[in-house]
Write a protein that binds this ligand. Structure first.
Ligand code: HEC
Length: 186
């Protein structure tokens, strides 16, 4: 009986340890989602907000029909911004969805349909291999969103994986990882 109990604890303990490792492993050494990435993303949001590129006073552009995995309807604006000593272009894409979404519905009431804000910021020297982009996905209120594994979507998302911002944007024409234009291609 005693042995059985111990065994049970032993097994449970091992399972708990495995679960803990399973949860912690992706965060350790992952190329994104660290505290430093999230704190940089928060500073980037403040910078974009100051320039009226996000938040309730954000400058809007004309909504257009989106492509997967971004929203059903999108609007995208480009501007230069600064985070600390880093100065570079930022591309801000707002992703709209929900029942009744259409180009005109979004144009009339953008805040009602805004689901997320995805941003690419060219951060000098940050990731030369992938054109120095810092990637982040925010909730409409500026919180950094997590992926289904619980990792914050900020930083080099998800470098080395076959899915995620970097993997998909590598296929953008012009080699600059930007789909909509080639302004930042070398
Ligand atoms: C499966 C492919 C795919 C993934 C994954 C993806 N994107 Fe995109 N993204 C696109 C496509 C396609 C466009 C062009 C859509 C459009 O504007 O019509 C785009 C456009 C953008 C733009 C506007 C600049 C441009 O390239 O035209 C930003 C900013 C952006 N994505 C950020 C992100 C971020 C941040 C992530 C990860 C959190 C991400 N994307 C993940 C396919 C993807």
């Amino acid at each position: 009986m005693k042995t059985q109990c111990l065994n049970r604890i032993g097994v449970t303990g091992a399972l708990l340890a495995a679960a803990a490792v399973g949860l912690a492993a992706p965060a350790i050494g992952a190329p994104f989602g660290s505290d430093a990435d999230v704190s940089y993303a928060n500073r980037l949001w403040m910078s974009l907000k100051y320039r009226h590129l996000v938040g309730k006073d954000a400058i809007l552009s004309t909504p257009y029909k989106g492509t997967h995995p971004h929203g059903a309807i999108l609007d995208t604006i480009d501007a230069r911004t600064r985070v600390g000593d880093d100065v570079g272009p930022a591309i801000i894409k707002r992703n709209y969805g929900g029942p009744g979404v259409s180009k005109s519905a979004v144009a009339n009431n953008p805040r009602k349909f805004l689901k997320s804000v995805t941003v690419m910021f060219k951060r000098p020297g940050y990731d030369p291999e992938d054109r120095d982009w810092f990637w982040v996905k925010y909730a409409p209120d500026g919180r950094v969103l997590k992926n289904p594994k619980g990792l914050f979507l900020a930083g080099r998302v998800a470098k080395g994986s076959s899915q995620g911002c970097i993997a998909c944007h590598k296929g953008a024409p012009g080699g600059d990882m930007v789909f909509n234009h080639d302004r930042y291609a070398r």
